[in-house]
Design a protein around this ligand. Structure first.
Ligand code: SOE
Length: 382
């Protein structure tokens, strides 16, 4: 019998739902060493947290996150609140000896992220930042192909994350569903929210980013604040484009916006190497495109790999249905949790740890600094 692990989730928005779903489903699909028990859900509004707890099967609920930390029976604290509260909760959870899963981006900036890294490392607690797209089977397969050296020397890495949900000036900033538009809650706009995903995947696949040159724009300068009711200056970046250099000598090209009419969550990346290229598209999650110049000339072309096979060929897929049948967005969180629980039982780190997520935070800081100064900015090694 797997050991029970009591979970306290803080935050009941979109991410609270994806994480709760993962806790409920992980033992259905994976033979994990821990059996998560949804012990307590925590959130600001009593009626809402009550309904959330009932819907996802939590044993109890609270509106005070300190109670989750102080509860000795809680083993794992899962942080799904806006970015400006991550640090305070994570540091308290680390001091209380809890395992921690924290939503991305880790913090408001690298300075704050460092304090979180220090806290979890000092306490020696298992920690993970939820950059869930790493656990899309096709994305994990891409990483394996790169690690096997199939692409040869890498020349280019390009990634986009395009959305269109903030084009209307009537979308408020701040508040429950729109805190991502409030710089005080989010720290930044698309850079921390969307490009952080691209940067995390890129550095995982292609190594450290050493220098960046960025531009950002805030298309709508003022929005009503959902909490104060007043029209206030918008402090986030609505769009961000940057070039970068990777340590391995390759060049990077990244774009993110919430103003790409028609695109809801178009995350794509392409990697071009000496021998082969890879392309992936979140809207076509289960496919990986692969081109290998070493193929016989008359047969050469882009292969469209349906990443649903079993027998260990395709990451995670043995745990699901039968070959040919797909999984989607929700399963990235299930896969991530399975990896985390497995690693935690062995006392091993599970990527991306807080320390690894700090690297992404440093790149985000450099991107925002470069956009301000209009110059290249080096990403500090320390
Ligand atoms: C924003 O719209 C958002 O929900 C991000 O916060 C998520 O991290 C991303 O996966 C999808 O878009």
């Amino acid at each position: 019998m797997a050991k029970k692990l009591n979970v306290g989730i803080i935050g009941y928005g979109f991410m609270g739902r994806t994480h709760s779903n993962a806790y409920n489903r992980v033992t259905d699909f994976f033979d994990v060493p821990f059996d998560p028990v949804l012990k307590v859900a925590c959130g600001l509004v009593e009626d809402e947290v009550k309904a959330f707890a009932a819907n996802w099967g939590f044993e109890s609920w609270t509106t005070d996150w300190h109670k989750v930390i102080d509860d000795k029976s809680i083993d794992i604290v899962d942080i799904c609140v806006p970015n400006n509260v991550h640090a305070e909760i994570a540091i308290a959870a680390a001091k209380a000896g809890k395992m921690i899963i924290c939503e991305k981006p880790l913090a408001m900036n690298a300075k704050q992220a460092r304090t979180m890294v220090e806290a979890v490392e000092k306490a020696g607690v298992a920690n993970l930042v939820s950059f869930n797209y790493r656990r899309v089977p096709a994305v994990t397969l891409a990483k394996r192909l790169i690690d096997e050296g199939r692409l040869g020397r890498i020349f280019h890495y390009r990634a986009n994350f395009l959305q269109d949900w903030t084009i209307s000036a009537d979308v408020p900033q701040g508040g429950m569903a729109t805190w991502r538009l409030d710089v005080k809650a989010a720290g930044s706009g698309v850079t921390g929210d969307l490009l952080a995903h691209c940067i995390d995947t890129a550095m995982w696949q292609n190594g450290r980013i050493t220098a960046v040159n960025a531009m950002t724009e805030t298309f709508i300068k003022e929005r009503k604040h959902a909490e104060t009711g007043k029209v206030e200056k918008v402090g986030i970046d609505d769009a961000c484009t940057f070039f970068c250099r990777f340590e391995n000598g390759s060049l990077g090209n990244f774009e993110s916006t919430r103003y790409a009419r028609g695109h809801k969550a178009l995350y794509t990346f392409e990697i071009n190497g000496e021998h082969a290229s890879i392309f992936w598209d979140l809207h076509d999650t289960q496919w990986l495109m692969y081109f290998d110049h070493r193929d016989e000339g008359r047969m050469r072309g882009w292969r469209k790999i349906h990443v649903t096979d079993h027998g260990g060929d395709h990451p995670y897929m043995d745990h699901y249905w039968v070959p040919g049948l797909t999984v989607g967005y929700a399963e990235t969180f299930v896969n991530q949790l399975a990896d985390f629980l497995t690693a935690a039982a062995k006392g091993e780190p599970c990527s991306p740890t807080f320390r690894e997520a700090l690297e992404t935070q440093k790149v985000c800081d450099a991107v925002l600094e470069s956009a301000k100064s209009g110059t290249w900015v080096e990403v500090p090694e320390e």
